[in-house]
Design a protein around this ligand. Structure first.
Ligand code: UDX
Length: 445
């Protein structure tokens, strides 16, 4: 099939390369020429395992190309995926869908033969219906332009696998256009469907909500275990063992029960806020008041982390703190709303000398927080440190050798902000170890 993917950010660049991998002819569309020329030469504007190789291969195969011309895209494609960003509005909880609207306004008037638009961006419920009406009113083919919503559930760090082997495909269609949008979606994803991926056909609103509700549930799961971690600390219990015990219950599951510094990134925080804002607009605010608590439990983790470091050093003024991790999660260079960088910034503002190291997110971190100290390796960051804090659970940090590190630091104090280290190993090597909600925190003190 011939398709356009509008927006070549995280979502769009991945989707475009993966659709080409499925054998389709794909045109990635973006207004950012610098980004396009990088992509054309097979260079990724962000880090995602395997994506650079896949993009190069697909560009070389001739099945993947990039353009900044909507005319070219409208001429080329019969299916148009929308993958532009829907960030949080400045000073508000609501999502900003203006990029989506402007794509429709530019693209729809150029679509002059029957075509299908499939939205992938995460949007407030009701947006798809509005975009459908707008697109049809602007296109010369009118109602022969169909729009469906096909939300994307991919995780950074696992983007290719999540696109090519998703847990499910959700396609929302309008009552009077179901046939065409469904048929096109089934053709696009024929290989996935043949592999048994569940296909859920819904109305537009249900498809939009499926994504928002999934992210709200994941955020709630993380904040639930973090709230329980606070209780564990008070009771002298161990939240990691407790999460294991809960996880064996198949109704609960172990995933997303890792207590620690909490969630960040470009999705979960802004999506739960946009969800609350939209519910309020629809008169259903009360239904989602619990998400406010989910958000505040999460944000509290960051101040608690700063408190833990402060307690560990006595005072922050003049203390040397090694911060290991800056990305919002491992296997990513994304520092959007990163809990790690937030903590590093707070520590420095309170007088500590902070040395940050992250395997992939150094450039993005420097751009966002140019005043922090940056090191070129974990060992360099830990040189003469009064306390070492692990804020992103990169494999490299999980594998650190407590004996080797002991010879470098000023004081053997480890704060494990992601509960990713083995306390016994660190305590055994003479370190004072603290995790979030872990019994071993007490024995170490
Ligand atoms: C999320 C959703 O998982 C994905 O389905 C959606 O499409 C986009 O948003 P992503 O933002 O890539 O994906 O990251 P995710 O793996 O969900 O992690 C989000 C945050 O939660 C990270 O900061 C991570 O460190 C944190 N987290 C995750 C925890 O604190 N504990 C956990 O147990 C799991």
């Amino acid at each position: 099939m011939k398709m356009a993917v509008v927006g070549t950010g995280y979502l769009g660049a991945t989707h475009a390369a993966c659709m080409a991998r499925l054998g389709h002819e794909v045109m990635g569309v973006d207004i950012d020429e610098a980004k396009l020329s990088k992509l054309r030469s097979g260079e990724m504007p962000f880090y995602e395992p395997g994506l650079e190789e896949l993009t190069r291969e697909m560009v070389a195969s001739g099945r993947l190309q990039f353009t900044s011309s909507y005319e070219e895209a409208a001429e080329f494609a019969d299916v148009h995926f929308l993958a532009v960003g829907t960030p949080q509005k400045r000073g508000e909880f609501a999502a900003d869908v203006s990029a989506l609207e402007s794509v429709i306004k530019l693209l729809a008037p150029l679509i002059n033969r029957p075509a299908v638009i499939l939205g992938k961006s995460t949007v407030p419920v009701g947006t798809a219906q509005e975009m459908r009406a707008l697109a049809r009113s602007l296109s010369p083919v009118g109602d022969d332009l169909e729009l469906g919503w096909n939300p994307e559930f991919l995780r950074e760090g696992h983007a290719i696998k999540d696109t090519l082997e998703p847990d499910r495909l959700v396609v929302g269609v309008a009552d009077d256009g179901a046939g065409r949008a469904e048929a096109v979606a089934r053709e696009v994803y024929a290989d996935l469907l043949a592999n048994g991926v569940p296909f859920l056909l819904t109305d537009l609103a249900t498809a939009e909500l499926a994504k928002t509700a999934a992210n709200a549930f994941l955020a709630t799961k993380i904040s639930f275990i973090n709230a329980i971690a606070e209780v564990c600390e008070a009771a002298g219990a161990d939240v990691v063992q407790l999460a294991d015990a809960l996880g064996y219950d198949s109704r609960i599951g172990r995933a997303f029960l890792n207590a620690g510094l909490g969630f960040g990134g470009g999705c979960l925080p802004k999506d739960i806020r946009a969800f609350m804002a939209r519910a309020g607009e629809m008169g259903a605010a009360q239904a989602l008041t619990f998400l406010r608590e989910v958000d505040s439990i999460n944000m509290r983790r960051r101040t608690q982390m700063v408190e833990m470091v402060k307690q560990s050093c006595g005072e922050l003024l003049g203390a040397h703190v090694a911060v290991l991790g800056a990305a919002f999660k491992p296997d990513s260079d994304d520092v959007r709303d990163s809990p790690a960088l937030n903590v590093a910034g707070q520590l420095q503002l309170q007088g500590a000398t902070v040395n940050v190291y992250d395997p992939k997110a150094m450039d993005n971190s420097r751009a966002l927080f140019p005043t922090l100290g940056y090191s070129t390796s974990a060992l360099e960051a830990c040189d003469n440190a009064d306390v070492v804090v692990v804020l992103t659970e990169w494999k490299e940090f999980r594998n650190l050798d407590p004996v080797e590190l002991a010879g470098i630091v000023r004081q053997r104090k480890m704060i494990d902000g992601r509960n990713c280290l083995d306390p016994a190993r660190w305590i055994g090597a003479g370190w004072q170890y603290r995790g979030f909600g872990r019994a071993s925190s007490r024995t170490a003190n």
